[in-house]
Ligand binder design. Structure first.
Ligand SMILES: [Zn+2]
Length: 303
């Protein structure tokens, strides 16, 4: 049987050469092509923990997948992926909005773009907080159908890329849980920079490889996943954003507030059904717990 997908080789984003001495393999590939379908590429599913062979840069701590599916294969899988985080959306909206708020004071709120906008949940937040025009890009064809009426029209079904929007256009560009899914994150940041207005902001959220959970669970951490091509920390992410032209305003841990039942579902621990019963019986299942779940955020400015 011929291979189902084509693979390409990725390089370190910081070193001239991806030499083996400075980029040791930390995890071996653990799946076959037959194991992959669009379900594996849907946000916040109960993860199977498939991952490519992963390396770590000794100089910067960048963790990355070495041999990955080519763009055509990835695009197909993302197009067919499902929007699966409906029940947590209200919590996520608040968690993502709060840290940004103070940075927007005294700035323009004419146009905003959310890259990888899913069902447009953050476009709703921006609209509700005074942005006049909100735009989004999202490859999943299902996402636009379920978006709120007043943000739907601004959603482009497809990937973000050069030429899609005018230069120096947006007061704010946001991008959540997307950068570490990209095969070319620096190019994407450069494109974002081009579309950001002078004096405008960018705001990104993604996993942090130096978060406690990532360190404790290692290969079993949900972030070690076939969806993730480059994984960052609070040192190398600002470096990459500066390469793209941005000034780093702030890079910090993000707190997430979800019900206990959600934390349990995502936790890589045994005896889940037992804990579920305990949580239900004690009424804890629906209580909200705010913790640092291993996400970091970065706020950038185009000077
Ligand atoms: Zn390197």
């Amino acid at each position: 049987m011929s291979a189902k997908f084509n693979y390409i080789t990725k390089e370190c984003l910081f070193c001239k050469e991806t030499d083996a001495a400075n980029h040791p393999v930390i995890y071996k590939k653990n799946f076959r092509d037959e194991d992959l379908d669009a379900q594996v590429f849907s946000a916040r599913r109960t993860t199977e923990h498939f991952h490519y062979e992963m390396m770590k840069c000794a100089k910067t701590g960048l963790i990355f997948s070495r041999q990955i599916l080519d763009d055509a294969s990835l695009n197909q899988l993302y197009k067919e992926s499902l929007v699966t985080f409906g029940e947590q959306t209200e919590f996520i909206k608040n968690d993502y909005w709060q840290p940004l708020r103070e940075h927007l004071e005294g700035r323009g709120k004419q146009k905003a773009l959310d890259i990888g906008c899913s069902n447009g949940f953050f476009l709703e937040v921006l609209k509700d907080n005074g942005f006049k025009e909100v735009y989004g890009c999202e490859p999943s064809t299902e996402a636009k159908d379920i978006a709120r009426a007043d943000v739907k029209d601004g959603i482009h079904t497809g990937f973000f890329g050069p030429g899609l929007y005018p230069e120096n256009y947006f007061d704010l560009i946001t991008c959540f849980q997307t950068l570490d899914h990209l095969s070319q994150p620096l190019e994407m940041l450069r494109n974002m920079y081009t579309n950001t207005k002078k004096g405008g902001l960018a705001y990104l959220i993604m996993h942090n490889t130096q978060a406690l959970q990532a360190k404790i669970f290692g290969e079993k951490s949900p972030i070690i996943d076939v969806e993730h091509i480059y994984l960052f920390n609070k040192e190398n992410l600002p470096m990459l954003c500066e390469k793209a032209g941005y000034k780093v305003v702030s890079c910090f841990d993000l707190k997430n507030g979800y019900p206990y039942s959600y934390w349990l579902r995502m936790a890589p621990i045994p005896l889940k059904s037992m804990w579920q019963s305990v949580f239900k019986a004690t009424g804890l299942a629906n209580k909200v717990l705010s913790i640092n779940a291993g996400n970091m955020a970065i706020i950038l400015e185009k000077l």
